[in-house]
Design a protein around this ligand. Structure first.
Ligand code: B12
Ligand code: SF4
Length: 235
């Protein structure tokens, strides 16, 4: 039996992404998200309501691959946000070389004109659920994931699944909540990356409070980069 095209495309793309350190991908039917999305937050579907969407993220595995690229590439070293640049360049290249169909990319780091709600998308497509700490929690990796992009592809997607991800937060006593409260208490508003950087330990404690996915905790350099934006050193 021949496999559907969406499946072949997704596998090829996901494999290439994983080699680039973007090791989490999930295919979904765009209709599944669009049915519950607000008007201006709907995903583009090429006038094909059941189009293929692929949500891309990463775990701690991104770091060594990204660091090698960072050490080789002066363009990354000169960029104030080298991870975002790396993700953008890699996904544009990999989508062009593996999909063989018209596609559109939407990045989680793009905040203008306004950010696309990636955490809600992740929940709608049963990839991770939104927790009381405002982090998306994955059943295996817990809060130790980043959401990077969605690629929309002009091909019929998978049949909309009726299954629903059981939230890893179900039945949890939510130790992340007092940790979030504490971080908010010590961080003067307005909440910004700079304010979080000054109180990084309290913000990291929110992720550390979660019992799910502890083995996927980021290593120290990755944590420092994400929470304090400390400049990366070339070894
Ligand atoms: C803007 C933004 C922020 C703002 C949030 C301001 C705010 N009040 O919304 C600030 C600078 C504070 C922030 C902080 C952090 N962020 Co941030 N952020 C984003 C960004 C770019 C957009 C979020 C957004 O506006 N969504 C649109 C709104 C309309 O969606 P929403 O569903 O209504 O609301 C969600 C968020 O806005 C957020 N939120 C809403 N209210 C509040 C209140 C508080 C106190 C916090 C912390 C968050 C928050 O949670 C909601 C879901 O529960 C996303 C990427 C993306 N495109 O999603 C990353 C993102 C959410 N951030 C991320 C991370 C890792 C962080 C930090 C841990 C690290 C850091 N240095 O940035 C901290 C701390 C967060 C925490 N919970 O511990 C990750 C989360 C990964 C995950 N597992 O879920 C994301 C998905 C980026 C990524 N590449 O993976 N962030
Ligand atoms: S501590 Fe519990 S409630 Fe909080 S994110 Fe983790 S599993 Fe969910």
């Amino acid at each position: 039996m021949t496999r559907p095209e969406w499946q072949e495309l997704t596998e090829r793309f996901a494999l290439a992404c994983a080699e680039a350190g973007l090791d989490l991908s999930t295919a979904f039917n765009v209709r599944k998200y669009n049915l519950q999305a607000f008007g201006n937050e709907r995903l583009f579907d090429f006038e094909r309501p059941d189009a293929l969407g692929i949500l891309v993220g990463n775990t701690r595995r991104l770091w060594p691959v990204f660091k090698r690229a960072f050490e080789r590439d002066p363009g990354l070293r000169a960029d104030a946000n080298p991870v975002d640049r790396y993700v953008t360049e890699q996904l544009r290249k990999l989508a062009s070389s593996t999909l063989g169909r018209p596609f559109q990319l939407l990045f989680a780091h793009a905040t203008a004109p306004k950010p696309f709600p990636f955490q809600r998308l992740a929940e709608a497509v049963d990839f991770a659920t939104v927790s009381p700490s405002h982090l998306a929690v994955h059943p295996e990796h817990g809060p130790w994931i980043a959401l990077r992009a969605v690629v929309l592809v002009d091909v019929e997607g998978p049949p909309p699944s009726l299954q629903q991800l059981v939230s890893p937060c179900r039945g949890c006593s939510a130790p992340c909540v007092p940790a979030l409260r504490r971080a908010l208490e010590v961080t003067p508003p307005p909440l910004s990356e700079a304010a979080i950087a000054e109180h990084a330990a309290d913000w990291i404690a929110i992720r550390d409070a979660c019992p799910v996915g502890r083995a996927s905790r980021y290593d120290d350099e990755q944590l420092a980069y994400h929470y304090t934006k400390s400049p990366l050193l070339v070894s």
